[in-house]
Design a protein around this ligand. Structure first.
Ligand code: FES
Length: 167
């Protein structure tokens, strides 16, 4: 990944509002890394088709799910995201042949590491959504939102200096 691309994604993560909300006002905030060729197009189709799904997701478009460095996921959680979703093309459909398989392996390792250190792993999700699956995208967002909502606000990895600060 080029330096510019990496910097763009990190900047988008850093632009997350870092305010931590408490119940009853709290709504889960989910950061979704969507591959440009499939999942982002699936999200677009869901929007164009006016499919209903929770408005709790902020999307960062990436060229391929393999571009999602685990550092991005950790940075999002540090920045106050309550959940993170990575979604790419189905196996066999990746524009870069096997990028999605690399991403899934990398994600599984990160999830195992997070589990090992006692992190709530239901905050991080990986999925496949094609450009034709607007309905699947809407359903996925509903599922992830409810799983994250059940956990309540994330605090484990949030940097302390973010608390109570809205940027
Ligand atoms: Fe979509 Fe690789 S191009 S996951």
């Amino acid at each position: 990944m080029g330096v510019d691309e990496r910097q763009r994604i990190m900047t988008e993560i850093q632009n997350l509002k870092s305010k931590i909300q408490n119940p009853p006002d709290w709504q889960p905030r989910i950061l979704a890394f969507l591959c440009n060729w499939c999942s982002y197009a699936g999200a677009d189709l869901a929007g164009v088709s006016r499919l209903q799904y929770p408005p709790n997701v902020r999307v960062i478009r990436v060229p391929c799910s393999a571009r999602v460095d685990p550092v991005f996921i950790l940075a999002a959680l540090q920045r106050g995201a309550d959940g993170v979703l990575v979604s790419g093309c189905h196996p066999g459909d990746c524009h870069y042949l096997s990028g999605n398989l690399v991403a899934r392996r990398r994600f599984a390792l990160l999830k195992a590491l997070l589990d090992e250190v006692g992190f709530e792993t239901n905050r991080v999700h990986f999925s496949w959504v094609s450009a034709a699956e607007g309905g699947r995208f809407a359903e996925l967002i509903r599922e992830v939102t409810e799983k994250v909502r059940a956990l309540g606000p994330a605090r484990q990895l949030v940097k302390r200096f973010n608390e109570g600060i809205e940027t």
